[in-house]
Ligand binder design. Structure first.
Ligand SMILES: C[S@@+](CC[C@H](N)C(=O)[O-])C[C@H]1O[C@@H](n2cnc3c(N)ncnc32)[C@H](O)[C@@H]1O
Length: 246
């Protein structure tokens, strides 16, 4: 049974303000339609994550889902595995309420925390084997991304797996060009309306700060991981999956 304390938690100031979190609160249904139509390739990415866990995670692994959102993709994957424990953290209370339902039936302890992952990771002290961040670290500026990766390395104690799925710039590309590349995908994103596509563009303009592949890999090595590797590129080439381990 999921141990969720989200019902009693106050909605944070970040959630209440108009801004980067709108997509995961008042426009959450749009994000869920995008995921449901596999426009961001969740099915491919989480299939790959499953293979990674089979290959690299210990038996009964303890899984930390940083910025878990509604956890729909994580839950579907983890229900097919032997997981020891699950903790999901996210700022969006609306997402966590859905996550609690998605994670019902996962045969391990499940805990959902409504909090800022930057603060949570800065003081993380509970044992964990796998830290996964799906499409969320890019909300931070570069120095804060690097700090979070150092905190992830410390939290894993030199023994676990850290994996991220994040937007990536081509070498020499800037953020404006990356955003322009997304705008050209309108035809491929026909499963959502013009208004919803405009919401996504607005969200990305406000909140998405991609890095080059070299920067993503270098930040992991600088954080202390002995190994850093790109393992997947989204077919639309907007983002990639990286893994880091010792
Ligand atoms: C694009 S969604 C990704 C959700 C899920 N990981 C997935 O793979 O679909 C980004 C999530 O990050 C959360 N988020 C963004 N900034 C955050 C922060 N500082 N602390 C906690 N959660 C955050 C949002 O609320 C949202 O649920």
């Amino acid at each position: 049974m999921a141990n969720t304390s989200t019902e009693s938690m106050p909605v944070t100031t970040d959630n209440a303000a108009a801004g980067p979190q709108d997509m995961f609160n008042r426009e959450l249904e749009t994000y869920r339609r995008i995921v449901g139509a596999n426009l961001m390739f969740h099915q491919d990415v989480y299939r790959l994550l499953r293979e990674l866990l089979v290959e690299q995670a210990p038996a009964s692994f303890r899984f930390l889902d940083v910025a878990c959102g509604d956890a729909s993709a994580s839950a579907a994957m983890l229900k097919t595995m032997e997981i020891g424990s699950y903790v999901g953290i996210d700022l969006s209370e609306a997402s966590l309420q859905l996550a609690a339902r998605e994670l019902e039936g996962l045969p391990c302890s499940v805990e959902l925390r409504c909090c800022d992952f930057v603060q949570a990771m800065a003081i993380w002290s509970e044992p964990v084997d796998v830290i996964w961040i799906g499409m969320s670290l890019h909300h931070l500026p570069t120095a804060a991304k690097a700090r979070l990766m150092r905190n992830a390395h410390r939290a894993l104690g030199g023994m676990g797996l850290f994996a991220i799925w994040e937007p990536a710039l081509f070498e020499g590309e800037d953020r404006a060009a990356w955003l322009a590349r997304f705008s050209k995908l309108r035809d491929e994103w026909s499963a959502i309306s013009d208004e919803e596509f405009a919401s996504m563009e607005r969200h990305m303009l406000l909140a998405d700060f991609p890095e080059t592949v070299d920067t993503w890999l270098g930040m992991g090595r600088d954080a202390g991981f002995s190994h850093a590797e790109e393992i997947f590129m989204m077919p639309n080439r907007m983002g990639r999956v990286f893994r880091y381990w010792d």
